[in-house]
Design a binder for this molecule. Structure first.
Ligand code: PAF
Length: 291
């Protein structure tokens, strides 16, 4: 059985007694899929103790977003982790789950601190989800304080989130290493997401247009000189974003998240695409040849 803590006081009691050499944190909002399991696998392989947190963070949802409906599937999540751990060819390592039953275990009464970063939080997803990244940085900072890990694992699907959290760790000199794990896709190329389950069969077929578009741009850009392709890329994007389903479709320098330049070596092709009320995000990292 997986050790589960549903209250901060129980978790704190456990954490204060931990003497493990290394602790890995996998922060999640639950409804786990193979993408989350890949983060857990990496943490288990690198640490003596892995802490998985499951907490649907109200601060990162806008007023019209799906906080109330967000799937809460704790029992299934625990079973998935347990079954997955049994399949791993790793020596048994300790894994615990912290899933506070009360939101005020994370945000106690009179809680009033927000971690806010600059410009990087207002572009891409931040543009149509104002305040979203403040909610993410605030909860992740809180989870770092509570769990005190040496390493924390996140998925590339949320590339902007990873860039923002890396900035926060550097700016605040937090003693934690962040690791980004590759996107896990289904057999048709759709990036796994807890929100995919909102899609009907028809929506699902339409959703495949998202990874297909990214792959089309990747084929066009990869290995080429950015200055040679940038005009054509702009044209391709302009033709596509006529369709209001695109929240954004952009090619950016992978490090600065600004427009690529003649010294960019890697670009990020990133997009958010709406199908009905469901908003999906995806991205690809592509090497360019600016030698
Ligand atoms: O990526 C997520 O699932 C969430 O944004 C995170 C990092 C768990 C914070 O709530």
């Amino acid at each position: 059985m997986i050790e589960l803590f549903r209250s901060l006081s129980d978790f704190r009691y456990f954490r204060n007694k931990v003497t493990h050499q290394s602790i890995g944190l996998v922060p999640t909002m639950g409804n786990l899929h193979a993408g989350h399991l890949s983060l857990i696998e990496e943490s288990l392989s690198e640490n003596d103790l892995t802490i998985v947190t499951i907490f649907v963070n109200p601060k990162q949802f806008g007023p019209d977003e799906d906080y109330e409906e967000y799937p809460r599937t704790l029992e299934k999540d625990l079973q998935k982790i347990q079954m997955f751990q049994r399949t791993l060819p790793l020596p048994a390592k300790q894994l615990v789950v912290f899933s506070p039953a009360q939101v005020n275990d994370i945000y106690p009464k009179n809680y009033s601190t927000t971690i806010t970063l600059g410009d990087v939080t207002t572009k891409l997803c931040g543009k149509s989800r104002p305040g979203h990244f403040d909610g993410v940085t605030t909860v992740v900072y809180q989870l770092f304080s509570i769990t005190r890990p040496q390493a924390a694992y996140f998925g590339q699907k949320d590339y902007q989130q990873f860039a923002i959290l890396s900035r926060m760790v550097e700016d605040l000199s937090l003693p934690v290493e962040l690791e980004m794990m590759p996107i896990i896709r289904d057999e048709n190329g759709l990036a796994l997401s807890s929100r995919n389950q909102y899609l009907s069969d028809e929506d699902y077929s339409q959703a495949l247009y998202l990874p297909q578009t990214l792959a089309e741009l990747q084929n066009f850009i990869e290995g080429r000189n950015w200055e040679d392709v940038s005009k054509e890329v702009e044209k391709i994007i302009d033709q596509k974003i006529f369709d209001p389903s695109w929240d954004y479709l952009q090619v950016l320098d992978a490090i600065s998240l600004e427009a690529p330049t003649s010294i960019s070596t890697q670009v990020l092709i990133a997009a958010a695409y709406r199908i009905g009320k469901t908003r999906l995000i995806d991205n690809i990292l592509v090497e360019v040849n600016n030698a």
